[in-house]
Structures are given as structure tokens and as C-alpha cells.
Design a binder for this molecule. Structure first.
Ligand code: SF4
Length: 359
């Protein structure tokens, strides 16, 4: 990590060998959108998510058959598995028995006695529980008391369930208070963070398709992470869950919280641009998808301002008329023809990564 942000210390929990809280790096999660009963499709999607940087994965467990598939899924993947449970506490107990690393329960639709039963089972197997409060399914009494799913209502719901689980002797827990409303979500997490030192899982729920999800999540998580709040994040996207990882790592990179993957800096172009920068940017992004090494790569439309504007980049190209200047750390290295841009850039990037590994 390389950040000026002072993280709030939370008590660490472990999902498999992944630490959450206790100053561990902010962990990136996602959730499958396959039918969990379809083990092959679910495992295949988990592997795609893992390739894109997913560090913990959650699957929905709506019925007995889905719960029955968990053990098979767990055996075929390497990242920690979390079972997402609503309504039926028996499914939570079944999931815990099947060997998942964690479960997420929604206190709004599972009452106290059942939460305590889940706690006893989780404790006996060392399974981590996330108390996942969701503004859309708040307990009725809290909804009435607060006049709706306000930040205070979400926090009260989380703390109430936390107390039930603590009474039952459970300690390996994390909390979330998600809302689709950015302001409510930020307020709720701030409040919760001031009242508890359990790790917090950040998320804006029902955030929409990629553009809306990226905007809402960046604002909400950006505010909270900047205040040192948040131990693990999930960006919810209506669409391919792999895109969630791109947004999540983009947020963490932009804040210098985690340096993972390529940071592609490209100018918007203007009247000075004489190369097809849109195409180059698309191709570079596509080619480097899934790369774990962190490099700042600048793709600039012109030589007038390009190298100077991207002086902080590790490597970049500034376009001219049918050619471009390849530069490293703001220094021009050589002139290349436009049709050579991709091949030259990729060669240079791969050799920079190889050099880093050697040193
Ligand atoms: S780098 Fe050049 S082409 Fe790109 S926006 Fe700046 S001046 Fe325009």
C-alpha cells in the first residue's frame, strides 16, 4: 500500500487465507449471477472473476438445491466462498456445514432466534458472518420507528443483530449497511464506523448499469475510503460481474490505496490530435485486461502537450501525423509509425514488467 489515507483500525477476520480488517489491504469482492445450482456455470464464472482480480466471491443460496451445490463449488475454486442467505436460516446452517468460508445474512428477513442458531453453527465451524443490512429489506419495526430506511435505521439494524450474535458468542463478523442512495449509504457507514470496530464491507446496492454503478460507487466509496472507512468493497453492476472488478480496482488505484493493474491515462483528444486515439485506447485496454502488474500508461493525442501532461506515466505514446513519440517518465525514447503503436507499446510494457521482476 502507498497511501496518505489513515485507515481506521478494525478487528481482523479471516476468510480462508484472506484477511479483512486490521489494516489488511482493502479486499475486492464480487458476486456471481449464475444459477448456483448449476455448478459448472458458477465455477466457470468464479474463475473469470478470479482472473479479473476477485479476491472473495459470493453466491446466492435461494434453496436447498443451491445449498447442496456449495460443497462442490468450494472444492473447485481457490478464492474464499461466501453464501448469501435470505429468509431461511436452515439454508445458512446447511451452507456452513458445506464448508463455505463465510455467510451473509440479512437481519431484515431472519429474526433473532434464528440468527442465534446460525451464530452457534458458524462459531462451531469458524465461519465468518456478514450482517448485511439492506435499505430495501429493513426490519418492519425499525422502518416504522425511523420513518423509513434512514441511515440511523440501517445502523440500528446492524448493531442489533451484532448484539444477538455477540450474545451467542460469535466474534468473526463483518458488517454492511447498503443503500442505493449514496448520501444515506455514506452517512450510515460513518455512523456505524464510529460505533463499532468490526470490519466494514462497503457497497452501494442496486447501483445500476456500469456507468451509474461506477459513478455512485466511486463517490460513496471514495468518500468513505478517504476517511479511512472500509475494509472490503463490492461494486454492484447490472451486467457482467467481471466489470465490477474493473470499477473496484479503478477506485482503489485512483485513490492510491492499492496499486493493482494498469492505470491507463488517455487524453480526451482535441483539434490537435492526428491519430486514432480512441481505437488505440480501446485496443490497449482490451489487451491488458486482467494484467495484475501496476503501470501507468499514457495515451496522448499530440506531441505538443502529451509527454508533459503525462510526465508521471511509466510509459506512453504521444501522437503526431501518422506517427507517435514513445516516452517513459516524460522522456522521449523514440519515434514510431502509427501502425506500430500497439506492438511497440506492448513489447515495452512486457519488458518493463520483466525487468521489475528481475530486480
Ligand atoms: S494531449 Fe494533445 S490532443 Fe490530447 S487533449 Fe491535450 S492537447 Fe489535445
Amino acid at each position: 500500500m502507498d497511501t496518505f489515507i489513515k485507515r481506521k483500525k478494525t478487528r481482523p477476520v479471516f476468510l480462508g487465507n484472506v484477511q479483512i480488517g486490521g489494516y489488511a489491504p482493502v479486499v475486492v469482492q464480487s458476486m456471481t449471477c449464475t444459477d448456483t445450482r448449476d455448478v459448472r456455470a458458477t465455477v466457470s464464472q468464479i474463475k473469470q472473476l478470479e482472473d479479473a482480480g476477485c479476491e472473495i466471491v459470493r453466491v446466492a443460496v435461494p434453496d436447498d438445491e443451491a445449498a447442496g451445490a456449495l460443497s462442490d463449488i468450494r472444492k473447485q475454486i481457490t478464492i474464499p466462498l461466501i453464501a448469501d442467505i435470505h429468509f431461511n436460516y436452515c439454508l445458512a446452517i446447511e451452507a456452513i456445514r458445506s464448508g463455505v468460508d463465510g455467510i451473509r445474512i440479512n437481519p431484515g428477513n431472519i429474526g433473532k432466534e434464528k440468527i442465534v442458531k446460525i451464530a452457534e453453527s458458524a462459531k462451531s465451524r469458524g465461519t465468518v458472518i456478514r450482517i448485511g443490512v439492506n435499505a430495501g429489506s429493513l426490519e418492519k419495526d425499525l422502518f416504522k420507528k425511523h420513518g423509513g430506511p434512514t441511515a440511523a435505521a440501517l445502523v440500528e439494524s446492524a448493531l442489533r443483530s451484532l448484539a444477538f450474535l455477540q450474545e451467542a458468542g460469535c466474534d468473526a463478523m463483518k458488517l454492511s449497511v447498503k443503500s442505493s442512495d449514496v448520501t444515506t449509504m455514506v452517512e450510515a457507514y460513518r455512523e456505524l464506523s464510529s460505533k463499532s470496530d468490526y470490519p466494514l464491507h462497503l457497497g452501494v446496492t442496486e447501483a445500476g448499469s456500469i456507468v451509474n454503478a461506477a459513478i455512485k460507487s466511486s463517490i460513496a466509496m471514495g468518500i468513505l475510503l478517504n476517511e479511512g472507512i472500509g475494509d472490503t468493497i463490492r461494486v454492484s453492476v447490472t451486467g457482467d460481474p467481471v466489470s465490477e472488478l474493473h470499477v473496484a480496482y479503478g477506485i482503489l488505484r485512483a485513490m492510491d490505496i492499492r496499486k493493482v493493474g494498469p492505470d491507463i491515462i488517455s487524453c480526451p483528444t482535441c483539434g490537435r490530435c492526428e491519430i486514432d486515439l480512441f481505437k488505440l485506447t480501446r485496443e490497449v485496454e482490451a489487451k491488458l485486461t486482467g494484467m495484475k502488474e501496476h503501470l501507468k500508461i499514457a495515451l496522448m493525442g499530440c506531441v505538443v502537450n502529451g509527454p508533459g501532461e503525462a510526465a508521471e506515466a511509466d510509459i506512453g505514446i504521444a501522437g503526431g501525423r501518422g506517427y507517435g513519440l514513445l516516452f517513459k517518465k516524460g522522456q522521449i525514447i523514440k519515434k514510431i509509425r502509427e501502425e506500430e503503436f500497439m506492438a511497440t507499446l506492448l513489447d515495452e510494457i512486457y519488458s518493463m514488467i520483466a525487468e521489475r521482476k528481475e530486480t
